[in-house]
Design a protein around this ligand. Structure first.
Ligand SMILES: *[C@@H]1O[C@H](CO)[C@@H](O)[C@H](O)[C@H]1NC(C)=O
Ligand SMILES: *[C@@H]1O[C@H](CO)[C@@H](O)[C@H](O)[C@H]1NC(C)=O
Ligand SMILES: *[C@@H]1O[C@H](CO)[C@@H](O)[C@H](O)[C@H]1NC(C)=O
Length: 813
């Protein structure tokens, strides 16, 4: 029971001692009325425990095999001089002690407390990190010497999915127990947001009176000053923003979000924020507890200067609700339809009149006496389109809709058909005119001054200007399908389904002012000496960006999609690993593919050049790391060797500073070390690598980053991490939309950290820029790249002081 005193008493010749015994279970039948079923229960629980003990034993045996070459050495040592090399604290760490279990078990009686035994990870360890704790009967003690630890000194175990991962404590840390972690002095500040959500959202691009375009991606609403090329960000949303509208004053903004889930999968409540775009202050939070799943559309009323806000949520019934903007109270609410709803607007001249459209419908709502009544638009002799995508009010009060048939329909009110329907017949909304506009869907309509109209098409990728009487006047082809147009004088802003925002005029054409990926992204690499980074993703695009100018430098589309990338240390070329085992080397100047290789036929997960650029390591899902000689400044590659030993796919790898060794992680949470210079050999004794210095640190499993893992983590909770070049910080990309900043090294669990929100999906990668001035993070499916400025609080001295303080060790007793 007392770890410090029971150790060292057993050392059998094979160095592994294992003994299990239980209490005498005999007792009077009076004490145990249902002895058989109890024994059955007991047997079952013993079987469970034995399974656990077996797995511990298997783990020990695995290590035994790994270290069998060391056993003779230890024997010699013991024969020669007893225990000279083994420090007392090591004994205790490696012992499984018996401990009484809770006495709630039916088997426990006053006479036989805790007759069950079990093995499980310990919460309270015996001095050094974690181990396995076997709970045995009171009268029995099992000592279990884990050989690797014995032979190798201090180690720490962490558990992922019940799997123990052993990490060796570097020798510059004398006293792991006394290490104290501080939060990093540095903080992150959101500097720039790359991307625009146009792929699956509409009506989400407006121009404010300040000259800023307002749009959103992930959880961030971006205010982008087009001429000044500056950004501000509204960041009060806790999950992806889905819709946006601006107030008639062109200052206030309403934005609605999806519900999302918290870390434990519990659904959160969606809401709409009304906020002031000049101060970024939230004025109202609307609908918390009312909306379900998310908010699909929002609209301000115009006739009364924006007194009301209309909201449609994402519940099955698509609840339509009207809110008092000043008070934030609900005016009225009604089920709209079970079909998808795409847009809602108030009639600009009459706030009691609201229109919604969506899958095969357009509804005309009337608000009277606090309740909403609906009238369906009647298609009559016209073909009912599958989707009505958008609508606008013309200056004459008609409603114009754009639909999936490529038509613009003009709707008007007809008096009740008294002839056929009798005296009580009510007025109806009917199609007055159908105008052929585009091939494929009409995705957006936008009113211009003087009654002219702008339409954006699907398949034909055209923007057309129409006169007030719907005669085509001008047209212009843009690269993408546009989903939103906004006109400011002559100038048109267009949001596209390829997540780009274009700006231009009919006479001069259009240029992209915002660009982004359109599918899940994983590959991220920063340039070794310039303010440049590269991204790649499932959209098959490889994009090179400039962090200083905040823009896309260039982009190329590959045949397969890229998952990982690394710049050659000379900065002239970059290699990109693809989904098929193929990898390409691109010249950054000419943008051309200069080398094209294939290793295996599974996806590649990591590319990493050695620090001097003489080797390239390619980590694959086929469990191998392929190593190449690199010559001619990164232009020639020849296979040097293959690291063969992982039993699962490679997830991360790093080179040692001397460029001779590799540390790698795999899908089954293994940490392995490789002697590359010596022929890509697996280093069987992992302890020997404990003091090795790493040129980069991106492995998510390792002593130096152990503290970034939360207790009870699933092994996939952290997708990527990255040490800063200063070796003071480690940034972490987690599976819960967050970016964390820790002090490096971070070897203690529950390490303090700063955490940052903004992404709307699992964060797939993080990288510091070459001089650590910025951190880049990318959220896989949210197609958003966030650029964070690394802010040092106060002077750098404070940081140094804390940094070294964390690693001060007390003298060994
Ligand atoms: C844009 O730049 C002008 C001139 O430098 C400045 O007066 C204005 O405040 C800037 N606007 C924003 C929103 O940054
Ligand atoms: C690859 O690099 C190793 C180690 O530097 C060297 O011994 C070997 O000759 C190189 N092979 C080729 C083909 O360049
Ligand atoms: C980060 O810090 C917070 C607050 O200090 C803490 O709750 C959390 O467990 C830490 N670790 C991670 C990975 O979030």
């Amino acid at each position: 029971h007392d770890c410090s005193r029971t150790c060292g008493s057993i050392l059998s010749p094979d160095l592994l001692s294992w003994s299990v015994c239980t209490d005498d279970v005999s007792g009077s039948s009076a004490e145990y009325p249902d002895r058989v079923s109890m024994m059955e229960g007991r047997l079952q629980s013993q079987e469970d425990e034995i399974t656990l003990l077996k797995s511990s034993l298997a783990d020990a045996l695995r290590r035994l095999r790994l270290h069998d070459q060391l056993i003779p050495l230890l024997k010699q040592q013991i024969i020669a001089g007893g225990w000279p090399t083994i420090r007392p604290q090591l004994y205790s760490f490696n012992i499984i002690v018996s401990r009484k279990l809770s006495s709630s078990s039916a088997l426990d009686s006053p006479r036989h407390p805790a007759t069950r035994y079990c093995a499980r990870p310990v919460e309270r360890d015996c001095g050094h990190g974690m181990g396995w704790l076997a709970c045995l009967s009171r009268s029995c003690l099992t000592l279990f010497f884990s050989l690797s630890h014995w032979l190798t000194g201090q180690s720490i175990k962490m558990f992922i999915r019940g799997r123990p991962i052993t990490m060796y404590v570097p020798s510059n840390i004398q006293n792991y127990e006394d290490l104290r972690m501080e939060p990093p002095v540095e903080k992150l500040e959101l500097d720039w947001v790359y991307g625009y959500r146009g792929r699956d959202c509409r009506a989400n691009l407006y121009l404010l009176s300040s000259g800023e375009a307002v749009y959103f991606i992930a959880c961030v609403v971006v205010l982008y000053h087009i001429n000044n090329r500056t950004q501000r960000h509204y960041r009060k949303h806790t999950d992806c923003v889905r819709c946006l509208t601006i107030h008639p004053d062109k200052v206030r903004v309403a934005s609605g979000q999806t519900a999302g889930v918290d870390k434990d999968g519990k659904p959160l409540q969606p809401y709409v924020h009304i906020w002031d775009s000049s101060t970024l202050i939230t004025l109202q939070q609307i609908g918390l507890g009312t909306f379900e799943r998310g908010v699909g559309s929002v609209a301000f009323s115009f006739a009364d200067a924006g007194a009301f806000l209309c909201v449609i949520d994402d519940s099955n019934e698509h609840m339509l609700s009207v809110w008092d903007c000043a008070k934030g109270t609900k005016h009225t609410e009604v089920k709209s339809t079970n079909e998808a709803v795409f847009a809602v607007e108030f009639n600009p001249s009459d706030s009691t009149n609201i229109i919604t459209c969506g899958k095969s419908h357009i509804y005309f709502w009337t608000l009277s006496a606090g309740s909403l009544t609906k009238k369906q638009g009647i298609f009559g002799k016209y073909k009912k389109p599958k989707f009505i995508q958008c609508f606008v009010f013309s200056l004459t009060g008609d409603v114009l809709t754009g639909d999936s048939e490529g038509n613009i329909l003009t709707w008007g009110k007809s008096p009740g058909d008294v002839k056929t329907l009798g005296k009580g017949a009510k007025e109806t909304f009917q199609i007055m005119r159908q105008t052929r506009a585009h091939d494929g869907s009409v995705f957006t309509l936008c009113m211009l001054q003087g009654g002219a109209l702008l339409s954006g098409g699907g398949k034909d990728r055209k923007i057309i200007r129409w006169s007030a009487d719907l005669a085509p006047e001008r047209e212009c082809e843009v690269k993408d399908v546009c989903v939103r147009a906004y006109v400011n004088g002559e100038e048109v802003l267009v949001g596209t389904t390829r997540n780009a925002i274009l700006r231009g005029t009919f006479s001069d054409g259009f240029v992209a002012i915002v660009q982004g990926h359109v599918d899940e992204m994983w590959g991220l690499a920063t340039h070794p000496s310039q303010d440049v980074f590269l991204t790649c993703g499932h959209d098959r695009q490889v994009c090179v960006w400039n962090t200083e100018e905040h823009k896309l430098d260039w982009c190329t589309t590959l045949e397969e999609y890229g998952l990982c990338a690394d710049f050659c240390p000379n900065g002239a070329v970059v290699s990109v690993g693809l989904s098929t085992g193929r990898w390409l080397v691109l010249d950054l100047q000419t943008k051309e593919v200069i080398s094209d290789y294939t290793d295996g036929n599974e996806q590649l997960s990591v590319m990493r050049y050695s620090p001097d650029g003489s080797f390239l390591a390619v980590g694959s899902h086929d469990n191998f790391i392929y190593v190449y000689n690199v010559t001619e400044s990164g232009r020639r590659y020849s296979r040097y060797g293959k690291c063969n030993g992982h039993s699962s796919f490679i997830t991360h790898l790093d080179w040692s500073k001397d460029g001779k060794y590799i540390m790698s992680n795999s899908g089954d949470y293994e940490i392995l070390y490789w002697d590359v210079a010596g022929g890509c050999k697996l280093l069987r004794n992992r302890y020997e690598s404990k003091d090795r210095e790493w040129a980069s640190y991106t492995c998510v499993l390792g002593f130096h980053v152990m503290g970034v893992w939360l207790e009870g983590s699933d092994g996939t909770d952290i997708n990527a991490l990255c040490r800063s070049h200063s070796e003071r910080l480690v940034a972490v990309a987690d599976d819960f939309c967050k970016v964390h900043l820790f002090q490096y090294p971070c070897p203690k669990p529950k390490a303090p950290n700063h955490s940052y929100e903004g992404h709307g999906s699992h964060v797939t990668n993080v990288r510091f820029t070459h001089c650590d001035s910025h951190l880049l993070s990318m959220g896989g499916k949210d197609t958003c790249i966030l650029q964070w400025e690394v802010k040092r609080a106060g002077t750098g001295d404070g940081g140094d002081r804390l940094h070294s303080a964390s690693f001060t060790s007390s003298p060994e007793p």
